[in-house]
Write a protein that binds this ligand. Structure first.
Ligand code: PAF
Length: 278
């Protein structure tokens, strides 16, 4: 496995690759969720590239860019044992020069970003799409693997690929959970013991919603009320229901509904997201 930190060398190595290329874009601090994406790419492609880049242009001014976990050595071990061929881990200056405030950006359409995470994180998805587009161009990957935990991100990237005719297949991968249903996230590292216990109420609310729907309840208002009770020890940012094909909000659940939650735990003020297919 090669660890590459510059674009010139990446291009040289990619020119030498034979066969299909799978890309797993990450910000590092890899966990079993990332591992599942990597394993899928390794099983489906001759070559797998993992990018590890804490992308500054997708963080807002008061967000956790500085404290975001950076652990390249541990990440490299996980990648090596999973059969990754190349880790691409560039510095910010390698990706953006000294011009990161004057970049040409990809701005996803308003209807996709004026809600959910895009609403509370203005500019976040411009930063995500722009870096992902760069990674697609640099790696010339045939397939790219994204987790369904970031459901809005996945929807927006799929739309970008269709709208801009990127020659790449996007492979959505299921959410990976701990034994007690906490969705894996690099930000779980911030959680105190109390935070972690409180955070479990997010997945509890989602699984309870699925149960309510199974019992015939379709009105989102009733599900929201029950969810708020379960999450009373959290600062809930949103509980929303969208159609998985259009990301339009829904008042009534049907077979295409995804329920999404964003909430902050109180000790560390960590913002967590999770979702479930109802
Ligand atoms: O999901 C992430 O980790 C990031 O948003 C991504 C896709 C790697 C872009 O920086």
């Amino acid at each position: 496995m090669k660890i590459i930190d510059n674009i010139a060398e990446l291009k040289k190595e990619i020119a030498l690759l034979n066969g299909s290329v799978g890309l797993v874009p990450t910000m590092g601090a890899l966990h079993n969720g990332h591992k599942s994406l990597i394993n899928k790419s390794v099983s489906e492609n001759k070559n797998t590239i993992v990018s590890i880049f804490v992308n500054p242009i997708q963080f807002g001014a008061n967000e956790d860019l500085d404290k975001y976990p950076r652990q390249l050595q541990e990440d490299a071990k996980l990648c090596e044992s999973a059969g990754v061929n190349i880790i691409f881990a560039p510095k910010v200056s390698e990706m953006y020069g000294d011009d990161k405030n004057n970049l040409t950006l990809i701005c996803p359409p308003y209807f996709a970003v004026d809600k959910l995470c895009g609403k509370s994180r203005p500019g976040h998805f411009d930063g995500v799409c722009s870096v992902v587009a760069k990674l697609f161009n640099l790696t010339k990957a045939n397939k790219a693997y994204f987790g369904q935990k970031d459901a809005q991100q996945l929807f927006i990237i799929q739309k970008m690929v269709r709208d801009l005719n990127f020659d790449i297949e996007i492979i959505p991968c299921p959410i990976v959970r701990e034994f007690d249903n906490l969705a894996l996230s690099s930000r779980n590292q911030y959680l105190s013991t109390k935070d972690r216990a409180d955070a479990l109420n997010i997945s509890k609310a989602l699984f309870n919603a699925k149960k309510m729907v199974g019992e015939g309840i379709k009105q989102t208002r009733a599900i929201i009320d029950a969810s708020l009770k379960i999450m009373e020890n959290l600062d809930v940012e949103y509980i929303e229901f969208v159609d998985k094909y259009t990301f339009e909000f829904q008042q009534e659940v049907n077979e295409n509904t995804i329920m999404l939650i964003a909430a902050r735990v109180q000790d560390s003020n960590t913002r967590l997201i999770d979702n479930i297919n109802l």
